[in-house]
Design a protein around this ligand. Structure first.
Ligand SMILES: O=C(O)c1ccccc1NCC(=O)[C@H](O)[C@H](O)COP(=O)(O)O
Length: 258
């Protein structure tokens, strides 16, 4: 079993427990459910294209940062021009939780991506109830039909969809309803990072699709290279979060690149 299989197996157990505690109706009754959304698609076009991530730990790197406050970090991300924020809500593998979104939602005015492993309709109601604007669909964890159905549900609930792909076969999961396509530079099965591979895949996307380079952007050179290759957006976590002050790291990165 690879790491992705383990994450999905654990996720299904968590969802089953969550369903037994909180009904979909209760999720619909929550503070954020009816609130207006922020559009990541629009912000990728209008701002600097960076989706800056709050990330405590990961399967590939272990602990990255377990000191920083989510509000302090994401406020700096917003103040220095990020198009959106990504917040990991998986607890066991990434040290995240729903509070990380709930505690910042009312303080920032840019879109929040609930970064998790979506395999069940219930999670879309959860995402909306905590104030997420965007959800991630990972093609390698879902069938083509699930991608279509989950996209329709996300839209019905007023959220956008970022479809993540990593292989040529996964291009088949794309449909015209998808808002943004993320190409993961990191192979989630063995954690190898390959920017060239992502550029090749990007060039096979239909014209006009907003493309996001995801993961393993470890230097200004990497970022500049991917920009030159025509990516519209960039999902970056570790580069900022590995610093004692991710807020300062983000500010410095922006002043050296944009
Ligand atoms: O980051 C991992 O090790 C990882 C392992 C298995 C599944 C997903 C994983 N990462 C989730 C992410 O999407 C990244 O946090 C995100 O793209 C940012 O990546 P990075 O800039 O490399 O922190």
């Amino acid at each position: 079993m690879n790491i992705l299989d383990s994450i999905i197996q654990r996720k299904k157990e968590e969802i089953s427990v969550a369903k037994s505690h909180i009904s979909i109706q209760q999720l619909k009754d929550s503070e954020f459910f009816g609130k207006e959304k922020f559009s990541l698609k629009q912000n990728i076009k209008d701002k600097n294209g960076i989706i800056a991530e709050f990330k405590r730990k990961s399967p590939s790197k272990g602990i990255i940062n377990n000191q920083s406050s989510p509000l302090e970090v994401v406020s700096a991300y917003e103040n220095f021009g990020a198009s959106g924020i990504s917040i990991l809500t998986d607890k066991d593998f990434f040290g995240g939780n729903f509070e990380d979104i709930l505690n910042v939602r009312n303080h920032i005015n840019i879109p929040i991506l609930r970064k998790d492993f979506m395999v069940d309709e219930y999670q879309f109601y959860e995402a909306k109830s905590i104030g997420a604007d965007v959800v991630l669909l990972i093609a390698s964890c879902l069938s083509h039909q699930q991608v279509q159905e989950f996209t329709a549900l996300a839209h019905e609930l007023g959220m956008e969809v970022l479809l993540e792909i990593h292989t040529e076969e996964e291009l088949n999961h794309f449909n015209l309803e998808i808002d943004l396509v993320g190409i993961n530079n990191r192979n989630l099965k063995d954690f190898k990072v390959d920017l060239q591979h992502s550029v090749q895949l990007k060039n096979q996307l239909p014209k006009g699709v907003l493309s996001i380079a995801e993961s393993g952007i470890y230097s200004i050179e990497n970022f500049k290279y991917l920009t030159e290759q025509g990516f519209d957006g960039f999902l970056m976590g570790e580069y900022f979060m590995k610093n004692k002050n991710p807020d300062k790291a983000f500010e410095e990165f922006i002043s050296n690149t944009i």
